[in-house]
Design a protein around this ligand. Structure first.
Ligand code: HEM
Length: 479
């Protein structure tokens, strides 16, 4: 199957933003299944059905909703710290606890998604074989070969009735969501989580921030709720734990950066009376530069790069299509960034499917037909020395206030770009920051003999990871 690989920045912008209406869809045929639920997740939906669903669920991911949810995420961070403190009672000879941190973080992100998307409190560190965790593992532990088979012959697999995600797992999550939704509706339970927001969307009462207007997008039913919860789980837990693992690795091999970050955490924690709050975690600038978004807006967005013009063009095309608002904000904040996601984006590439005949103004021009596939190389762009000098060097200063205006926003795209970009980016950054603030306030991550330096990045399943796993030591801080 031919795939057009685009690396020209103007063409990427044209495809993902300016002429987005010709490239609205993701390629998702490998997910095709006889199970109706798998035709409903946002990431799979196409055309107008995608627009409606995106409009419906977008209000669940605004900053104020994240702020409400922080309390649940924080509980999981505390659980993880308790577990580490206890398991540290008998340190090994080296004085470090040696950990496969990816597994540690996967258990953490699993617990976060269990509590926020399924309304279920689990502690996968204390109870390592709990059913929710084991089911999640089975759902996502397909290797590259299985994934490749589904990518290559999706229709044959559908015909044979073989699903990428086994039926018993889908059934488990279905029952879980249906039971929880029924209990909440019967007993009027309100919890600050994604599931509650989806239940609101079902009733048509999920609004944008500070808006009493009718819900945008379509009303949804129980099956849609199951599909979205499942998708938040699948899209969110491995990507986020991959990010956490790479940050930890980078901090371990750059102790100077780790010390500076710990100083910032200590100082901020003191200022907030030793409490980890949403405001505390999101007020740390250096943490932003190391791991997550920078809140300050790009001061000198070049006119010809035309954030405004682009939004104008979208407005012309879609009228009051609500996404423009979110997108406009995104364009203005486009240079938000951090060094770990640049060096090690969990998703190596992003794809689009052409939905209407289109002439790509490449040299020579290329005629595209509906169904043609396009790939945009996230990893390649973020490692291109033309855009990031000395690209293999870990340097959070690239994203400092003084330097970030030098970054072309089209070259830093770990969450994809345009109206179809990752809906969960705020969520991912919030849980990652919460985890790091807790962890580094009491522990330091250390290189041990098992830590591969340099790391070898490989693709496994949907995401990139490190060959041989992420082995690191954890040393208890004395101050
Ligand atoms: C570090 C963590 C994460 C990374 C790097 C990441 C990256 C991405 C990327 C590259 C895309 C495709 C965007 C495009 O086509 O332009 C995407 C889509 C998506 N992500 Fe994430 N993601 C992360 C975490 C999450 C989390 C925590 C959630 C949910 C709670 C989530 C939910 C989604 C959904 C639903 C889509 C599909 C959006 C649509 O098709 O409209 N992601 N993500």
């Amino acid at each position: 199957m031919p795939i057009v690989y685009v690396r020209d920045l103007e063409l990427i912008k044209t495809i993902t933003v300016k002429d987005f209406e010709y490239f609205t869809d993701h390629r998702t045929d490998f997910f095709e299944s006889r199970e109706s639920i798998w035709s409903k997740p946002l990431v799979i939906l196409k055309g107008q059905r995608w627009r409606d669903m995106r409009a419906t669920v977008s209000p669940a991911f605004t900053s104020s909703k994240m702020k409400n949810m922080f309390v649940l995420v924080n509980e999981c961070s505390e659980q993880l710290l308790d577990f580490l403190e206890q398991s540290y009672q008998q340190p090994l000879e080296t004085g470090y606890k040696i950990k496969r941190v990816k597994e540690l973080y996967t258990r953490y992100t699993n617990d976060v998604i269990a509590t926020t998307a399924f309304g279920l409190k689990v502690d996968s560190l204390k109870h390592p074989t709990n059913e929710f965790y084991m089911m999640g593992q089975d759902a996502t532990s397909f290797g590259s070969i299985k994934f490749l088979i589904f990518l290559s012959i999706p229709k044959v697999m559908k015909f044979l009735g073989i699903n990428l995600i086994p039926g018993k797992i889908t059934q488990f999550f279905k029952t879980l969501v249906l039971d929880t939704v029924a209990t909440r509706e019967r007993e009027g339970i309100i919890r600050p989580d994604l599931l509650h927001l989806l239940i609101q969307a079902k009733k048509g009462t999920l609004h944008e921030e500070d808006s009493a207007e009718d819900q945008k997008g379509a009303k949804i039913n129980d099956e849609d709720i199951i599909a979205q919860s499942l998708q938040f789980f699948l899209a969110g837990f491995d990507t986020s734990s991959t990010l956490m693992s790479f940050v930890s690795y980078l901090l371990a091999i750059h102790p100077d950066v780790q010390t500076r970050l710990q100083e910032e955490i200590d100082k901020t924690l003191k200022k907030h009376d030793g409490k980890f709050t949403y405001e505390m975690v999101h007020s740390m600038k250096y943490l932003d530069m190391v791991v997550s978004e920078s809140k300050s807006e790009h001061q000198n967005f070049p006119k010809e790069e035309a954030a405004v013009e682009t939004v104008g063009a979208l407005e012309d095309r879609y009228g009051d299509w609500h996404l423009i608002v979110g997108h406009h904000r995104q364009l203005k904040k486009w240079t938000q960034g951090d060094e770990t996601l640049r060096l090690y984006p969990p998703g190596a590439a992003v794809e689009r499917v052409c939905v209407k005949n289109y002439t790509l103004k490449s040299d020579p021009p290329l005629e595209l037909r509906p169904g043609d596939n396009i790939m945009i190389p996230i990893y390649g762009l973020q490692h291109d020395p033309n855009y990031f000098p000395d690209p293999e060097r870990f340097d959070p200063e690239r994203f400092s206030d003084d330097n970030k205006h030098n970054i072309n926003p089209m070259t830093y795209i770990p969450f994809g770009l345009g109206p179809r970009s990752c809906i969960g980016n705020r969520f991912a950054l919030m849980e990652t920051k919460s985890l790091l603030a807790h962890l580094l306030s009491r522990f330091s991550v250390k290189v041990i003999s098992k830590t591969p330096v340099p790391i070898k990045v490989i693709q496994k399943g949907f995401n990139v990871t490190a060959e041989g796993g992420f082995w690191l030591g954890l040393e208890k801080r004395t101050t």
